[in-house]
Design a protein around this ligand. Sequence first.
Ligand SMILES: Nc1ncnc2c1ncn2[C@@H]1O[C@H](COP(=O)(O)OP(=O)(O)OP(=O)(O)O)[C@@H](O)[C@H]1O
Length: 263
Amino acid sequence: MTDLSPLLRIRDAHVRCAGREILAVDEFSLAEGESVALLGPNGSGKSTFIGLITREVHPLHRDEAPVLFRGDARVTLADIKRALGVVSSTMQDQIRVHVPAQDIVAGGLFGSLGIPQRCTVTDGQRARARAIMNELGIGDLAERDILTLSTGQARRVLIARALVHDPDVLIFDEPCTGLDPEGMYYVRQTMSALARAGRPVLLVTHYPEDIAPEIQRLLLVRDGRIVADGPKEALLTSETMSGLFGVPLEVVRTRDRYSLVDC
Ligand SMILES: Nc1ncnc2c1ncn2[C@@H]1O[C@H](COP(=O)(O)OP(=O)(O)OP(=O)(O)O)[C@@H](O)[C@H]1O
């Protein structure tokens, strides 16, 4: 029998912090192979939404579990780490040790940012880390000290780390923050290629420019709520964006990308 459960389902999930509700999700499903972008202003609840999926944020308890992976509520944290590959702009700040970039990539095989103490990396695991770096065009960075890389180079190393264990879903949490146009180009191209290859990408961003042409579905988040969920063509309008961000904005479409300009 075919399993018709979505890859991910969030239903009636509520997150409270410091005495107030910071996120409420009535219903969200991600099908196998589907990619989606979450767009919203600062403080709207996007990272909290991702935290629900990664289990870093806990919803209020209720009898029926609010977050299901392939229909299963009882997945362990290890299962979640295996299923997800996460890239965020803040991860780089957490790296404080001088290690070769390939060790950061291999760390993804252990669900950590580097190789944990007491763990030994096999030749096969090292080869896997090198192979994924080569695939992303950053093989020349493998032996470089991670702390000496530019922000753009380090971000691409973090993408390799997120991919090294062949996850079911890739989460990009504001992946272009702090990058110059070259860095943005490579990160956006990589997201496009992954989504095109059918790897589900869950992108969190403030900017429509980051949304790869292959990502068709858009969620708009504001004040801790999903205020819209639909095709990006329908939602990326000047009127909707001005309402979402609370300032007058114009949406400009250039080929298959969208951008926001002040008006
Ligand atoms: N630990 C916390 N304690 C109190 N409030 C919190 C905490 N974490 C998040 N919040 C609040 O929850 C709301 C949603 O935060 P969240 O970080 O999810 O938003 P975001 O859309 O990711 O923001 P940004 O775009 O700035 O990263 C914000 O109002 C934030 O201040």
